[in-house]
Design a protein around this ligand. Sequence first.
Ligand code: MN
Ligand code: MN
Length: 466
Amino acid sequence: MSEEKSKAELLKEELCLKKEHFDEVYGDETGKADEFCKGYMNFLNAAKTERECNAYIIEKAKANGFEEFDPAKKYCQGDKIYYNNRSKAVILAVIGKKGMSEGAKIVASHIDSPRLDLKPTPLYEDSEMAYFKTHYYGGLRKYQWSAIPLSLHGVFIKKDGSVVNVNLGEKEDEPQFVITDLLPHLAKEQSKRTLAEGIKGEELNILIGSRPFKDDSGSELVKLNILKLLNEKYGITEADFVSAELELVPAFKARDIGFDRSLIGAYGHDDRVCAYPGIEGLFSLDVPEHTAIMVLADKEEIGSDGNTGLNSAFLKYFIADLAESEGIKGRHALSKSQCLSADVNAGFDPNYPSVHDKLNAAFLNHGVVVTKYTGARGKSGTSDASAEFVGKVRAILDEAKVCWQIGELGKVDEGGGGTVAMFLANLNIDVVDLGVPVLSMHAPFEVVAKADVYSTFKACEAFFKS
Ligand code: MN
Ligand code: MN
């Protein structure tokens, strides 16, 4: 039975901003979202660190017809290239019909996640137990990293330059590692600490063994036995830790969350949850109008400094090389380029409502979130996207029927954060943040909604094609 709408209802429809729920508006695409996320979850399990993401992405790019970038070469429309920056960051590009004359369409995300790095001299023995000392990487809440299973990923670089890859603790039969915590019975004093101090930086020590090397005499025989095992497995000595990059990450696999399986729990959604949709968006292109560039950066979690982070010149040089091969000045191509800084935002969490302004928060299942600015206090440390560029992006998303929402990172003065957006803006590129709303961001096990992951893929694809 259809009822006629009241005047107020009609006027509301015409004038008020609609907050779209994915299932209400795009419910017929739920199957597609679930299917897309199966591929995403495989990626999560296969590539947990920036180096593993780099290798995974380049392998997939090659399978999709991408060739290694050669700055001396002139590229034609439809050519697909990749640039490997030191095995930790990647640029993928599909040359468009307009070449670089009209600038590029760039999606930038990052493939590093918060974790525990080994110190240069990590190995020690205490009370007949062997440990690794760590130095945490990125903004993590230290107390969350004790008493969970950890796996070890990374590389030893030996003095002859040879690379020894390490990936231990992911397969069923492999050992894992852990940071122990106090039992509640004896935690009376520790429990008085603030949450930030619950586990201190120098207490993030990884338990790695307890069996001594079999000999009658000598000290530190447990440590010696660990070194013997490491030498047998990886051919390394204690000195090789000096030129190693070894990371402890949660050993969990990505899992469906909820009776309805609408969510994904995993380590490091931030920012692989934008990297993967961006890559898939790029792979879906035939010959785009504008040259499409997908940047997968390292070092975002520690401020984007360093030559694999987006505060370095590697993207600028790449675009300049492409432009100059067409006889165009690099800076002119940069100035005409547009970018989605594809990174996560905080999803509204009903468990902790006080940190959000509900009117301006991003909600799970309401699609990809466009974030005009991040930063802290009075918009400090951010690129506040222009209304003009947000207007363009808004039109692209609506045109492509993408489920999207606008959101801020928490209440004013509640805290804050940043993304790579400002480093792209510094190159005179138009840029706005866009990505997936996350619960428990930077925790060992973060949560996202499948509908939002799929919406981010649609957003990246539509932007590249625009
Ligand atoms: Mn991020
Ligand atoms: Mn982050």
